[in-house]
Design a protein around this ligand. Structure first.
Ligand SMILES: Cc1cn([C@H]2C[C@H](O)[C@@H](COP(=O)(O)OP(=O)(O)OP(=O)(O)O)O2)c(=O)[nH]c1=O
Length: 190
């Protein structure tokens, strides 16, 4: 089996890889600048960013790189990670009582073979008061997460409904990833 390299500093992606049985992998954090060409559709944006992250790390012989990028889309707004607490409050206020889509682009790369796909999950937030949102921001949880919430943590208390892959919201669509790995000859359930 190829040596797996996770091109991500995200502790959630590390944890999810382990949960699906990929326990032996190296982390090589990509320093790719998070920019993309104009005119891309939402899926195109996260796919382009994941490709960029995968291409920004060295890939040795026999190594398989996994890179991902997660973003929240609310109508035509793109919500990445908040820059500060005021930005987190702005994002959470915009999301409350509404449905949004979380998209994760994933790129797998080995030698000159590369595959990029993305997954979408719809999430509905309940209406929350400003004091609840401020209390949530004070936990610090929103600050390193797209859309300023973590569905796997206290952020779950803001989520009314979710349609699609839960793990996609956490940063790695594990079912899609397993299918992409099959293209590289790796089967996780055999
Ligand atoms: C919406 C949401 C996002 N997130 C996280 C997943 C991602 O780690 C992060 C989005 O940022 P990304 O830029 O996708 O990833 P990252 O900066 O954490 O790591 P790297 O670029 O090195 O791969 O938000 C959650 O953990 N829970 C959630 O509910």
């Amino acid at each position: 089996m190829a040596k797996i390299v996770l091109a991500s500093g995200s502790p959630r992606r590390r944890e999810l890889l382990k949960r699906i049985g990929i326990t032996d992998f190296e982390i090589r954090v990509s320093q790719a600048e998070e920019s993309y060409p104009p005119g891309l559709c939402p899926a195109g944006i996260v796919e382009s960013l994941s490709r960029k992250k995968a291409e920004a790390v060295p890939c040795g012989t026999g190594e398989l790189i996994i890179a991902a990028d997660t973003m929240v889309f609310l109508d035509d707004q793109r919500l990445g990670k908040p820059v500060d607490e005021a930005d987190a409050l702005r994002m959470l206020t915009a999301l409350q009582g509404r449905r949004h889509t979380v998209r994760t682009g994933v790129t797998l790369r080995q030698g000159d073979k590369s595959l990029t796909q993305s997954e979408a999950t719809d999430v509905c937030f309940r209406s929350a008061s400003e004091s609840e949102l401020l209390a949530y921001i004070a936990t610090g949880e929103p600050m390193d997460k797209a859309g300023a919430y973590g569905v796997q943590g206290k952020g779950a208390l803001l989520v009314e409904r979710l349609e699609g892959d839960f793990f996609n919201v956490m940063g790695l669509p594990v079912l899609r990833l397993s299918r992409m790995l099959e293209y590289f000859g790796i089967s996780l359930l055999s």
